[in-house]
Design a protein around this ligand. Structure first.
Ligand code: NAD
Length: 465
C-alpha cells in the first residue's frame, strides 16, 4: 500500500506543493468541494498558474473533526475517483488543499487566515441549511457568517481590502443568499459596518454541477485494492463537471477559465437551465419511475419509456428558457439523459422524491406557468404531476413521496374526482386560474386510473414535441 504522498503510479500533483500559498479560505470542506472547486484549482496548479490560490479549509461543526484529522494525516491529499459506469474508474490525487483548521478549536487561527492579505477569496459549500440564520447555531458549532463578518472587520481596521465571498452551494442566486447572511452577521457589529460590507464586498453567484455521492466502504476498498493507495477518505464522482461563475472579484481571482470554468456576467440563464432541465427532470423521472416499479435513478433512466417521457418533458421545457450563452441546450438535455443512466453513481428515486411539493413548486410549476402564458402545451409537465398524485396515493415504503397528510388525502381522493385535485394543492396556486392546466391535469389523473401508467406515458411521450 502506497501513501498518497509517495504515489506516482496514478495521476498526482507534480507541482511543488511547498510553494503553494493559501489564497482561498473554504468553509464546508465536504465531498462536493473536493470533487469540484479543489479539482479545478489542482488543474491550474498543474499548469503552473494557481500557486497563489491554495485552499485552506475550515470546519465549524464537531462532525468536521473527522475530515480535519484524515486530511492532516494525509498531508491534505486525497483521491478523486471518476466513475463513468463503463470502463475502469479513474483516480487522480488532488493537491490544491494545503491546510485545514477547526474553528471550534482555534478561532484565532481562522481569523488570522481571514485577515491575511494573501487570502482574497472566501468560498462556501455549507449546504442550503447553512444559510438559514434563525437563531444561534448549536452550542458546539461556530457560525460561519459571524466568522466571515469578523474577518472583514479585522481587515477593514487593518486597512486590508475585503476578500470576495463566493458561494458554491446549490441554491438559486447563491451570491445574494451569501450577501444577505454576511450583511446580517455584520449588522451585529454595527449598522455602519453592515452598510460598508453591503457596498464593498463582492458576492458573485455561481452554477455548480457534478454529482458527488457520499464515500462508501466500497470506494475505500476500491482505492486500496485496485490502486494500492492508502486513503481514508477518497471522493467518488461522475466524470461530468460544470462551473459557471460570475466574474465579479474585487481582489483578483485564479485564471479559472483556463481550467474549464465558464466566467460570465450573469449566471441566471444557466441557473434556470439547470433548474428546469436537470432538477425538474429528476422530478419527472422520480414519479414515473416509481410507478413503473424502479427504485434507482440509473434503472429508471435506462427504461426506454421513462427516457422517451423525459425527452418529451425537456422539449416542452426548453422554449421557456432564455438564450443560454455559448450553450447548445438540446445537447445539454441529451447529456443529462446520459448522466442519469450512469450505473456507477448510486442515487435513488426515493431520494429525489423527498420534499416533493417544494421541489415541484421550485422546478416544475414555473415551467407550466411560462408555457401557459405563451399558449403552449403543458401536457408533459402536468403528466409529471399526475404521476406524482398517483405515487403519493399508491407507492409504498422508501419510494413513497414525502408529503403532508392533507396532500396524501387529496392524492388518494384524486382518482375518484380527478378535477378536484388541482384545487386542493397549494403549490398549484400560480397556475390554478388556467383552465388548460386544470383540464390537462384532470385528464392525466383519469388516464392513469383507467389505462395504467404505461399506456398513459406512452401516449404523452408520443406527442409531437
Ligand atoms: P458533505 O456532507 O460532504 O459536506 C457538507 C459540508 O457542509 C460539511 O463540511 C458540513 O460540516 C458543512 N455544513 C453542513 N451544514 C452546515 C451548516 N448548517 N453550517 C455550516 N456548515 C455546514 O456534502 P457535499 O456533498 O459536500 O455537499 C455540500 C453542498 O454542495 C450541497 O449542499 C450543495 O449545496 C452543494 N452541491 C453538492 C453536490 C453533490 O452532488 N454532492 C452537487 C452540487 C452542489
Amino acid at each position: 500500500m502506497t501513501a498518497l504522498t509517495e504515489a506516482t503510479h496514478v495521476p498526482h500533483p507534480e507541482y511543488d506543493r511547498e510553494a503553494v500559498r493559501v489564497g482561498i479560505v473554504h468553509f464546508g470542506l465536504g465531498n462536493f468541494h473536493r470533487a469540484h472547486q479543489a479539482m479545478y484549482l489542482d488543474r491550474l496548479m498543474a499548469a503552473g498558474t494557481g500557486q497563489d490560490w491554495g485552499i485552506c479549509g475550515v470546519g465549524t461543526r464537531p462532525a468536521d473533526r473527522r475530515m480535519h484529522q484524515v486530511l492532516e494525516d494525509q498531508s491534505y491529499l486525497y483521491t478523486l475517483i471518476l466513475k463513468s459506469g463503463v470502463g475502469e474508474p479513474a483516480p487522480t490525487i488532488i493537491g490544491s488543499i494545503v491546510d485545514h483548521l477547526m474553528a471550534n478549536d482555534d478561532r484565532d487561527a481562522v481569523l488570522a487566515r481571514l485577515s491575511d492579505p494573501g487570502v482574497r477569496i472566501v468560498s462556501l459549500t455549507i449546504t442550503e441549511g447553512g444559510y438559514r440564520r434563525n437563531g444561534a447555531p448549536s452550542e458546539d458549532s461556530v457560525d460561519v457568517f459571524d466568522l466571515i463578518a469578523e474577518g472583514l472587520a479585522a481587515r477593514r481596521t487593518a486597512g486590508v481590502q475585503p476578500f470576495t465571498v463566493m458561494s458554491c452551494d446549490n441554491l438559486p442566486h447563491n451570491g445574494d443568499a451569501a450577501r444577505r447572511a454576511v450583511v446580517d452577521a455584520a449588522g451585529r457589529l454595527g449598522q455602519e459596518f453592515a452598510d460598508w460590507v453591503d457596498r464593498a464586498v463582492a458576492f458573485p453567484s455561481s452554477m455548480v454541477d457534478r454529482i458527488t455521492p457520499v464515500t462508501t466502504e466500497e470506494d475505500r476498498e476500491l482505492v486500496r485494492t485496485r490502486f494500492g493507495l492508502d486513503d481514508d477518505w477518497p471522493v467518488p464522482a461522475e466524470p461530468f463537471a460544470q462551473w459557471v461563475l460570475e466574474d465579479r472579484f474585487t481582489l483578483g481571482r485564479p485564471p479559472l477559465e483556463e481550467a474549464g470554468v465558464q466566467m460570465v456576467a450573469d449566471v441566471a440563464p444557466f441557473e434556470l437551465m439547470k433548474l428546469r432541465l436537470l432538477n425538474a427532470s429528476h422530478q419527472a423521472m422520480a414519479y414515473s419511475g416509481i410507478l413503473l416499479g424502479h427504485s434507482s435513478v440509473a434503472a429508471a433512466a435506462g427504461d426506454p419509456l421513462v427516457e422517451a417521457f423525459l425527452r418529451r418533458y425537456m422539449a416542452e421545457a426548453r422554449p421557456t428558457l432564455p438564450p443560454v450563452p455559448g450553450t447548445d441546450v438540446r445537447g445539454y438535455s441529451e447529456s443529462l439523459l446520459e448522466r442519469f443512466r450512469n450505473p456507477a453513481i448510486a442515487d435513488t428515486l426515493g431520494r429525489l422524491a423527498t420534499d416533493s411539493a417544494n421541489r415541484l413548486a421550485a422546478f416544475l410549476v414555473p415551467v407550466i406557468l411560462d408555457n401557459l402564458r405563451a399558449g403552449r402545451s403543458v401536457n408533459a409537465s402536468t403528466a409529471v404531476l399526475a404521476c406524482w398524485a398517483h405515487a403519493c396515493a399508491n407507492a409504498v415504503g422508501d419510494a413513497q413521496p414525502q408529503v403532508s397528510s392533507t396532500l396524501r388525502a387529496a392524492a388518494s381522493a384524486a382518482s375518484e374526482d380527478p378535477a378536484r385535485f388541482a384545487d386542493e394543492v397549494e403549490i398549484f396556486e400560480p397556475v390554478i386560474g388556467y383552465v388548460e392546466f386544470r383540464t390537462a391535469l384532470a385528464r392525466g389523473i383519469a388516464s392513469i386510473r383507467d389505462r395504467g401508467v404505461k399506456a398513459f406515458l406512452e401516449e404523452v411521450a408520443a406527442e409531437p414535441g
